[in-house]
Design a protein. Structure first.
Length: 365
């Protein structure tokens, strides 16, 4: 008998307890951890959104109140709430590139252990939290790692005074999300009178032209289309799961398919875009922003149909829907977006009608 599946199986984003990149510091008094984190954050790259997660402390540092303190050490903002669920804390910190955590109170998927003799017994009690030790820090006067602490020889050991070196090491742990390409081919082409994805500007159907140049760049292309079109195309296909939302729904469907990749979106009705233009957009990518988009002087706005959308924009896109918005351009305008100016902005020209097709063909003559 087939087992009943009550819920749809969704691919979960690779988020830990707080965010995609999180590191807990443990093995030392809370005051030392906070002081060290302050110095580390001062040396992190400009533009990296970093937050420190700690607990509210009483006069006794071992006394923990049920309040999380989300402290943005760069803009000096903090958020306190008596109870924050495991889901809320991920929503609240979605925009953060790096979450540093006081491991005396909270877990994180990666850890940096501080060797502080007065806290050895406390650290032993937290052995179950040491799931992915990234580095060890020796406090002043400490010279050796505990014998019982199993750390790989490859794991670096720093002195507590080496804040700049620790910052550089942590920065290296933050890897950009892998990049995939979404070729938008799901429009109904009502104004054109024929499928825009199959029009030929380069001696082959436009969707196929884009698919092949993406492959030559070493990227993985996917064709976005309606469910009733899926047999019309060859290659990787992502069908619309968010019906009736146009490109907005296509982008959401791509993130539902793979929420751990960034998606470079390119529309089939932009026939002037070539391999060099895609490469230029990739070279301008700012992974610390929600998206990297091209300014379109024809609309005076960033163009959402030739844009790199980072994984953290997925939640933002979903949040706009209950507010009654399904315009990807509006999301770009109201999010932290890297805007680039193109030397040849005419490549962003849309071709939606036979007249526009005739006008654009002068570029191919």
């Amino acid at each position: 008998m087939k087992k009943h599946e009550k819920h749809a199986k969704l691919i979960k984003p690779e988020i830990g307890f707080f965010g995609r990149n999180e590191i807990a510091f443990l093995g030392a008094p809370c005051g030392l951890i906070e002081s060290l984190v302050d110095k580390i954050i001062e040396n992190l790259p400009t533009g990296l959104n970093t937050i420190y997660v700690d607990a509210d402390h009483g006069s006794n540092e071992n006394e923990v109140f049920s309040k999380n303190i989300f402290q943005d050490k760069i803009s000096h903002k903090s958020l306190g709430k008596k109870t924050i669920s495991q889901f809320e804390q991920k929503f609240l910190l979605n925009d953060q590139d790096l979450v540093l955590v006081n491991g005396n109170h909270f877990e994180a998927k990666s850890q940096i252990v501080i060797i502080h003799s007065k806290k050895e017994a406390s650290l032993k009690k937290r052995m179950g939290q040491l799931t992915d030790i990234k580095a060890v820090i020796l406090d002043e006067g400490e010279t050796e790692v505990y014998d019982w602490l199993e750390v790989s020889p490859e794991i670096p050991i720093f002195n507590v005074a080496e804040a700049s070196k620790i910052s550089a090491f942590i920065s290296e742990q933050i890897k950009p999300a892998p990049l995939k390409v979404l070729i938008l081919a799901g429009g109904k082409s009502t104004r054109m009178g024929s499928d825009k994805a199959t029009l030929e500007y380069h001696g082959q159907p436009q969707y196929q032209f884009l698919y092949e140049i993406v492959e030559t760049l070493g990227l993985e292309p996917y064709i976005s289309c309606r469910d009733d079109q899926k047999n019309d195309f060859e290659g990787n296909i992502i069908t619309d799961k968010f019906i009736g939302l146009g490109p907005y729904g296509a982008i959401l469907s791509a993130f539902q398919y793979d929420p751990n990749s960034a998606w470079l979106v390119v529309a089939c009705d932009m026939p002037l875009i070539k391999s060099k233009d895609i490469a230029n957009l990739i070279s301008s990518r700012n992974t610390f922003k929600f998206a990297t988009a091209c300014y379109n002087p024809a609309t005076d706005f960033p163009d959402p149909l030739f844009t790199i959308w980072e994984p953290k924009i997925y939640q933002v896109l979903l949040n706009f829907l209950p507010l009654g918005y399904s315009c990807p351009r509006k999301v770009l305008i109201n999010s932290c977006t890297e805007i680039i100016n193109l030397a040849e902005p005419e490549i962003l020209a849309n071709v939606n009608t036979p007249t526009e097709k005739n006008d654009i063909e002068k570029y191919f003559s």
